[in-house]
Ligand binder design. Structure first.
Ligand SMILES: *Cc1c(COP(=O)(O)O)cnc(C)c1O
Length: 460
């Protein structure tokens, strides 16, 4: 990396990051939505395609996961207004937040209890569809319910001789799904794959929590543990999978499929706003704050939101001070060619879902002209925000998810973010603004670990 030292030394932001200060960064390369889509490899049609695929699989999901019945087999989370929290953020942190504040409770998504239920489950379903089609088990337009449960797969041939549930599971059991994970992606992919009948191996980084490994093992998933970080777990997992022709590796860093699964959130939340009578347009801007690890979840969700709300939505990513990989890559323009370890940070954080040292290059390329910026948060605050939300709204989130509160707390206090509001001509529109804190995980955290979190107080 020849220019590396020079680039780093020219950036005051990097100096601040090295001192583990909280930083705020507005993306100078952001353009209009129309311009950002000009040379983009994905488009709204790709997101619609993913949405249609999820609809086709909905009967199957409903059958295996009865908790999805109210939404007819769609995996979607509530959008709730958190007024008491808004007042409290204004009072305790001087947030001076105008407009309305909502929580997008992906923490309560069915099956995986985290945002990973969007991307991870979608990618496993996508692969299952491909396998079923390739083997003549599934004709165009047939109900996907046949892929599981009492109807079984239809067999090959004219009369579609039915395969029973056991035969379907035996067929899928001839395939292995593998993934590298800091925890939640493994949970989502592990659970759905095991339930469908696949063999599953989850490669866990050192940051992964013990209870997540145990939960997976209880589903019959093989969990391999690594001393190193997420990058190492991914590398080893990919090598093992590549050596087995009947193994499919889900690549969190580069998967377009995973990304599109996340992106379906755009149309879904549009409908939720509509049902609540809330208008999002140029006069009523939408600000979204999403915790970021490798970038897939916040990138995919932002991409989906952009397709729907275009220039009316402003997306900010939040990362821990020890693992600001996306922010670092974007701010100095090296994208995934630099890691947080390169500037002397550990990548270690209590936000296990965000403990990633190197961002996805693919996501960075798509987001470059699209997202508004990012910020970092110190670990001790994650627990503060967690307790605040629990006290004000009686909602529990895991530490990683609480990173998103850094957004509304600092939007009106931070000079860079204020400048963003001015530059975009939004000063007079903030009273009609809608803010969404994207709560990315928490409902599966066991009771004893919750207690431990609630009592965790870190030094500032
Ligand atoms: C994975 C995760 C994220 C971030 O998703 P990336 O795709 O890694 O950027 C945020 N919050 C939680 C709780 C997660 O598990």
């Amino acid at each position: 990396m020849e220019n590396f030292e020079k680039l780093v030394s020219e950036q005051p932001l990097v100096k601040q990051m090295q001192r583990r200060e909280e930083v705020f960064w507005v993306n100078p390369q952001k353009t209009s939505f129309a311009e950002s889509m000009e040379d983009c490899e994905l488009n709204a049609g790709d997101v619609e395609d993913a949405q249609q695929r999820l609809l086709r699989f909905a009967p199957l999901i409903e059958k295996y996961f009865p908790e999805t019945k109210p939404l007819h087999g769609l995996i979607e989370s509530p959008l709730v207004e958190i007024n008491a929290m808004k007042d409290y953020l204004n009072e305790k942190y001087g947030a001076a937040l105008d407009g309305r504040l909502f929580l997008k409770e992906d923490s309560h998504l069915a099956i995986a209890g985290s945002v990973k239920a969007r991307g991870g489950i979608y990618e496993v379903l996508n692969y299952t569809e491909k396998l079923a089609r390739d083997h003549g088990f599934l004709g165009e337009g047939e109900s996907y319910e046949k892929l599981g449960g009492e109807h079984g797969f239809p067999g090959e041939g004219e009369n579609y001789e039915k395969l029973g549930e056991e035969e379907v599971r035996r067929f899928l059991n001839g395939y292995t799904i593998q993934v590298g994970s800091t925890g939640n992606l493994g949970l989502s992919i592990g659970i759905i794959s095991a339930v469908l009948g696949y063999k599953v191996i989850v490669h866990m980084s050192a940051d992964a929590k013990q209870w997540k490994k145990e939960l997976l093992r209880s589903h019959g998933v093989v969990v391999k543990e690594y001393e190193g970080d997420y990058g190492e777990a991914v590398k080893k997992g990919r090598e093992l999978s590549d050596a087995d022709p009947h193994s499919y590796f889900i690549d969190d860093e580069n998967s377009r499929t995973l990304f599109l699964g996340y992106a379906t959130a755009g149309e879904r939340i549009k409908k939720q706003f509509h049902d609540k009578g809330i208008v999002i347009d140029e006069e009523h801007p939408l600000f979204v704050y999403i915790p970021c690890g490798v970038g897939g979840a916040p990138g995919g969700i932002s991409f989906g939101l952009k397709q729907v709300f275009k220039d009316a939505v402003h997306c900010f990513f939040v990362e821990p001070v020890q693992a600001p990989c996306m922010l670092l890559g974007m701010a100095i323009g090296l994208n995934h060619e630099i890691s947080v370890q390169d500037i002397g940070l550990s990548g270690k954080t209590h936000a296990d879902g965000l403990a990633v040292g190197r961002p996805s290059g693919f996501v960075g390329t798509i987001m470059k002209k699209m997202f508004s910026g990012g910020m970092t948060v110190r670990d001790y605050k994650l627990y503060e925000y967690m307790r605040d939300l629990l006290a004000q709204e009686d909602i529990f989130l895991e530490p990683s998810a609480c990173a998103a509160f850094q957004g509304p707390v600092f939007l009106n206090r931070n000079p860079e973010l204020q400048e963003y509001i001015r530059k975009n001509g939004l000063e007079n529109k903030m009273q009609g603004a809608v803010h969404v804190v994207w709560a990315t995980g928490g409902s599966l955290v066991p009771e004893d670990i919750r207690e431990e979190y609630i009592h965790t107080k870190l030094p500032e």
